[in-house]
Write a protein that binds this ligand. Structure first.
Ligand SMILES: [Zn+2]
Length: 113
């Protein structure tokens, strides 16, 4: 469970951003979460509700956008969206490699008042 430390990072980041813009309230936070990151949005949401209480981010709506895992095939020299439990290239059947896509987790944007 690394959602708590992640949520703390998110909160620190958005408060800093809001501070830079002299915002009075954070209303919405858009997050990108990779399918391979192992992060559970519902946990992030729950922790956020707890730790954001009393800050200007309290009550902000969290929006999660999933990013798909991708495979790279060294034979075709192309990337493909990964299918569940399948590491083979959908075109030639060779064993493909996971790319960095799908492991990320970051704040894409925030909306403030
Ligand atoms: Zn291939």
């Amino acid at each position: 469970m690394h959602e708590l430390s992640l949520t703390e990072k998110i909160l620190r980041l958005v408060l800093e951003q809001a501070g830079n813009h002299k915002a009075a309230k954070i209303t919405r936070i858009k997050l990108v979460i990779g399918d391979l990151s192992g992060i559970i949005p519902a946990c992030v949401e729950q922790y956020f509700g707890l730790i954001a209480a009393g800050t200007i981010a309290a009550g902000a709506k969290l929006e999660f956008q999933r990013s798909k895992a991708e495979l790279y095939c060294p034979v075709c020299e192309e990337s493909f969206e990964k299918r569940p439990a399948d590491f083979n290239c959908p075109r030639c059947g060779s064993l493909a490699q996971l790319t960095e896509s799908g492991r990320e987790c970051f704040v894409e944007s925030i909306e403030v008042d």
